[in-house]
Every structure is written in structure tokens, then in C-alpha cells.
Unconditional design. Structure first.
Length: 74
């Protein structure tokens, strides 16, 4: 398996995951008060929406790399 085919396969997997999970959630910690021995922090749950377009483009690019690599091999 050549380098282009491997990259194409990785793009296919990433594209599929982007289509399957369209929202990436993470927690952000923010310090709101920091006096001598008193500390207060706030945790916020944030969402990063990922459009299906990113997944489709990644999958298309993966297919193009795999097909192009097969054409060069033959």
C-alpha cells in the first residue's frame, strides 16, 4: 500500500466519523475569582458544530487519492 492510498484511507475514515458525529462537545474551565486563598471557577459545556460538508469533502478526497494511486500502479 502506497503513501497516497494510506492517506486516502485515513481521509475516508475521518470523513465517515465527521458524518457520524456532527457535534464535538468539550468543557472549558474559566477562573472567575482568584484572591489569596479564595478561588472560584466556572465550567462551561461548549459545542462545536461540524457541518456534513466537511465529512463529504474528506471522503471524496480519500476516494480520489485511492483511485489515482491505483491508476498509477497499473
Amino acid at each position: 500500500m502506497k503513501k497516497e492510498s494510506l492517506i486516502g484511507l485515513m481521509l475516508l475514515v475521518v470523513g465517515f466519523l465527521l458524518l457520524a458525529y456532527q457535534v464535538y462537545r468539550f468543557a472549558a474551565h474559566e477562573s472567575i475569582l482568584d484572591l489569596a486563598s479564595i478561588q472560584a471557577a466556572q465550567e462551561a459545556q461548549l459545542r462545536l458544530p461540524l457541518t456534513p460538508l466537511f465529512g463529504a469533502v474528506a471522503m471524496f478526497a480519500g476516494v480520489v487519492l485511492i483511485v489515482r494511486d491505483r491508476d498509477r500502479a497499473s
